[in-house]
Design a protein around this ligand. Structure first.
Ligand SMILES: [Fe+2]
Ligand SMILES: [Fe+2]
Length: 192
C-alpha cells in the first residue's frame, strides 16, 4: 500500500526532470512532445492533490495556523493552470515559449519546495502512517481513473468537459468544494 507523501514526491521528481529537459532542448518537435508529457503529468498530479491530498490536509490542519498552507498551495496551482495553456499555445521556436517554459519551471520548483519542506512534514505531524497509507490508496484509485481518461479518446471528452468546468470555477468555488470534501473526511475520521 502506497504512502501518500511518498507517491507525491515521486511525481515531483518526474515532473521536475521533464521541466529541466524542456528548458534544455531546442528542437521544436522535442519541445512539443515534452510539453504534452508535462501537461499530462502536472494535471494528473495537481488533480489528485486537489481532490484527495489537499482536502485531507485541510481537514487535519483545520484548527491550526497550518491551514494557511492549503490556501497558498491552491493559489499556486491556479497560477500553473494559467501558465500551462499559454505555454501550449506558444510557438515552440519563439522566445516567448522559452520564457514561459522558464516561468513554469520556477513556479513548479517553488511550489514543490513548499510542499516538501512545509506541508508534507506538517501532514506527518498531524496524521499517522496508517492514515497516510489510506490517503495513498484513495489517491492511487483516483490516479487510475484519471490515467484511463488520458489513455482512452472517448473518456478524454469527459475529461475535457470536466476541465472546462474547472476553469470556469473561481478559486473560491474550488476552495469551497475542497472544504466540503474535507468535512466529509473529517466526519468519517471522527466516526471511527
Ligand atoms: Fe501541489
Ligand atoms: Fe505536489
Amino acid at each position: 500500500m502506497p504512502n501518500a507523501i511518498t507517491m507525491l514526491k515521486a511525481d515531483h521528481v518526474k515532473v521536475k526532470r521533464l521541466l529541466n529537459e524542456l528548458n534544455e532542448v531546442t528542437a521544436p518537435k522535442q519541445r512539443e512532445s515534452l510539453v504534452a508529457q508535462i501537461e499530462r503529468e502536472l494535471k494528473t498530479h495537481t488533480q489528485i492533490e486537489e481532490e484527495v491530498f489537499y482536502p485531507a490536509f485541510k481537514a487535519a490542519a483545520e484548527k491550526t495556523d497550518a491551514v494557511d498552507m492549503f490556501y497558498e498551495a491552491a493559489e499556486e496551482h491556479h497560477l500553473v493552470d494559467m501558465v500551462l495553456p499559454a505555454l501550449k499555445a506558444a510557438n515552440p521556436k519563439s522566445h516567448e515559449f522559452e520564457a514561459k517554459a522558464k516561468v513554469i519551471k520556477e513556479l513548479v520548483e517553488h511550489h514543490v519546495k513548499e510542499e516538501e519542506n512545509e506541508m508534507f512534514p506538517k501532514m506527518r505531524q498531524l496524521v499517522g502512517e496508517e492514515q497516510l497509507r489510506e490517503i495513498g490508496d484513495l489517491m492511487q484509485a483516483r490516479r487510475e481513473q484519471i490515467e484511463a481518461m488520458w489513455d482512452h479518446p472517448i473518456l478524454r471528452q469527459v475529461k475535457k468537459a470536466q476541465s472546462a468546468a474547472g476553469k470556469l470555477m473561481p478559486t473560491k468555488v474550488k476552495t469551497a468544494k475542497a472544504a466540503v470534501i474535507s468535512k466529509v473526511m473529517g466526519d468519517r475520521s471522527e466516526a471511527r
